[in-house]
Each structure stands twice: as C-alpha cells, then as structure tokens.
Design a protein around this ligand. Structure first.
Ligand code: UT7
Length: 336
C-alpha cells in the first residue's frame, strides 16, 4: 500500500503588475469597486508582445518544483497539466513540458477542468501513485488569460478579476499511510456549463489576439462570459459541500484544519467559507489581493507561496478546495 505526498512545489508569476488604477484608465471601473466586490488590489499580466505563454510559465514553475523536490528529471513518471488557456487548441501543453524539460517519453495528460484543474490534477496523480503504477508525477497548472479578455467597459464584470501565472508540484510515493493525500473528491454539473464559459471554438490563447482583430467587434463569443452572481451563489454552496465531504470521509472536523487553501475566485467567497466553518484568519490562506483569480493556477500558487512562507508544517492538515467553470468542483485533504 502506498500514499502520495507533495514532494516539491513551485510557482511563477509574470513581473508585470497591473493595479486596479491601471485598469480604470482603460475601462470604466475603480479601485474601490474592485476591492469591495473581489478583494483584488492588483494582478499580473504578461507583457503584451512578450514570448510568455501558458506553457513557458508552467515550465518555469515546474523547474522550481522539480528542484525543490530534489529529484532528477528522469525520475518523473507522468505529467499532468491543467489549464483553460492552452497555447494551442491541440496538442495541449503537457507534451511541451516533456520536450522542454527533456523528460523520458512519459505520458502527458491535459486536464480541462478550469478553476478546479489543479484539484483534478492532484487527484489523478494520487490515483496513479496509490495503485503503485508511478512513483513521481509532475502536476502543473498555468494560465495566460490577459490576452483574451474583453478590456473594454463591456467586459468589466469579468476582465478585472483574472490574472496570469503558474504553479506546479511533484507528487511522490510514500509508504507512510498516515501522511500525504488522505482523499480527494471531484464533482461536475454540466447543466450550468455556459454560466462561466467561452463558447466560440477556441484556437488557443496564442491566437486569441489575432482572432479578435479580425472578428466582428460585436461578437463576444470569443471572450469569457460569466453570470457572476449565479456563479457566486453556486460557489459558496459547493465549496462548503465538498470541504465537508472531505472532512467527513476522514472523520475530521473543521476545527482540525490547519490551513485551508481555497481557489482564489473572490475574497468574499473565501471569507464566506471561513465564517461558515468558523476558521480563524491564520487557518485560511488568501493571495487573490496580489494575483487576482488565476483559475487553475490559483491553488498551486497559493500552496507554494504559503509553504515558502513557512505556514505549512509537517503534520498539518491542509485542505484544498476549488469551484469553477463547468461547473466543476473538488477538494483534497492532506496530512502534510
Ligand atoms: O473562478 C471561477 C469562479 N468565479 C467566481 O466564483 C466569481 C463569482 N462572482 C463574482 O465574484 C462576482 O459576481 C463579481 C465580482 C464577478 C461581480 O460582482 P457582483 O457583485 O455580482 O456584481 P454584478 O455583476 O451584479 O454587477 C453589479 C453592478 C452592475 O451595475 P448596475 O447594473 O448595478 O448598474 C455592473 O455593471 O456593478 C457593475 N460592474 C462594475 N462596476 C465597476 C460590474 N463590473 C464592474 C467593474 N467596475 N469592474
């Protein structure tokens, strides 16, 4: 019998900081509105025209995670890459990671579960390790959203929220069944697929800007759409459900949680969950204030950052929880 655990973490965000005041120069919004509704103060956007891509940011995060794991690249048995903004429609970024890191010809799985992508990727890695098939899985979540957002007042309900960035982890095998990933829980509800979606046939974030140039300016199907209030209402219910599911599975209480890392969708959602579970400020990690909502990448960025700050100690109960487009949602319960 095996268990799996986080063996190395890494994250990368572009240097280019975009503040709420920067956005209010190009769209009708304000620092006050954005902070009050979302908690976001600033986010990172790749510099327009730069070579940064979903894959290259994921690669940078992966290199850091690999180095922190102490593993040799030849010890990686599988790549799992989560994103809603792949550089190309196909193939997905996973194979480029294999090439750029010079890994053996290991499998590369691309995960399309949007904001829940990292939770799904973690669960996939966990299953391969628990069954004994693999020893070390590299999981990555990366998003380049800034190139494809509607940066006009029409798109302000969604464009002020999203940011670019990437996070990665090496999930390794252990025989200590009392630590590591205790359980993971995945869900979806396709009935609400279009409540948070981009309905145009995607050609990948690399080309979005070009498509938009030639596109009918009135056609908003090439931009992400979100029914914000509806998504918010579903998010608070599903976050609570799936955290409870994970706690119940492991005979744990909310008070046992040392650190909850919710997907950084909106600070108000995280605060609602914190209150519902009666958690103190140091039991919940949030960094949406500085990075915005980086969809699949938000949890691994927050996890790597919290770990780097020394906020996660051996033996801690760490809970990851996500909700987003699909709808998809899920949780991972970890004894660190
Ligand atoms: O990561 C995946 C999961 N995503 C989420 O969980 C996000 C969930 N939803 C939300 O976080 C919130 O719904 C938003 C932050 C997106 C929007 O907040 P809201 O309180 O639901 O605002 P709203 O969309 O109901 O809009 C309220 C008003 C509207 O004006 P009127 O019609 O009342 O005059 C909007 O036009 O705020 C206006 N508005 C803005 N004003 C200034 C919308 N966006 C902006 C903006 N700046 N950026």
């Amino acid at each position: 019998m095996y268990t799996s655990y986080f063996k190395g973490l890494g994250f990368y965000v572009p240097d280019n900081v975009v503040t709420n005041d920067d956005l209010s120069k190009i769209i009708d919004t304000s620092d006050e509105w954005i902070q009050e509704r979302t908690g976001i103060k600033e986010r990172r956007h790749v510099i327009p025209g730069s070579e940064d891509s979903t894959t290259s940011m994921g690669l940078k995060a992966a290199k850091i995670a690999l180095e922190n794991s102490g593993l040799d690249k030849d010890e990686i048995d599988l790549i799992v890459f989560a994103t809603l903004s792949p550089d190309m429609y196909f193939p997905g970024p996973g194979v480029y990671i294999q090439k750029e890191l010079g890994l053996r010809n290991v499998g590369a799985i691309d995960v399309r579960a949007q904001c829940s992508g990292f939770v799904y990727a973690t669960s996939i890695a966990d299953q391969f390790i628990k069954t004994g098939m693999y020893k070390n899985v590299l999981i990555i979540a990366s998003e380049l959203q800034s190139k494809g957002l509607d940066m006009t007042t029409r798109g302000r309900g969604i464009s002020v929220i999203f940011g670019d960035g990437a996070g990665a982890a090496i999930i390794g095998r252990s025989e200590d069944l009392n630590t590591g990933i205790l359980s993971s829980h995945l869900h979806s509800e396709g009935e609400h697929a279009e409540a948070l979606s981009m309905t145009a046939p995607g050609l990948g974030s690399r080309w979005v800007t070009d498509i938009l140039k030639d596109n009918d300016p009135e056609d908003i199907s090439y931009y992400p759409y979100m029914n914000g209030t509806f998504v918010f209402k579903n998010a608070v219910v599903r976050f609570a459900e799936v955290i409870n599911e994970g706690l119940k599975t492991n005979n744990l209480q909310a008070s046992d949680i040392d650190l909850l890392i919710p997907h950084q969708a909106n600070l108000r959602i995280a605060q609602f969950i914190q209150k519902k579970f009666r958690l103190s400020d140091d039991q919940v990690y949030n960094n949406i204030m500085y990075y915005g909502n980086t969809t699949a990448a938000s949890i691994p960025i927050a996890l790597a950052e919290a770990h780097q700050k020394g906020l996660i100690k051996k033996g801690d109960l760490v809970v990851l929880a996500a909700f987003g487009s699909g709808f998809t949602w899920g949780s991972v319960i970890i004894r660190w």
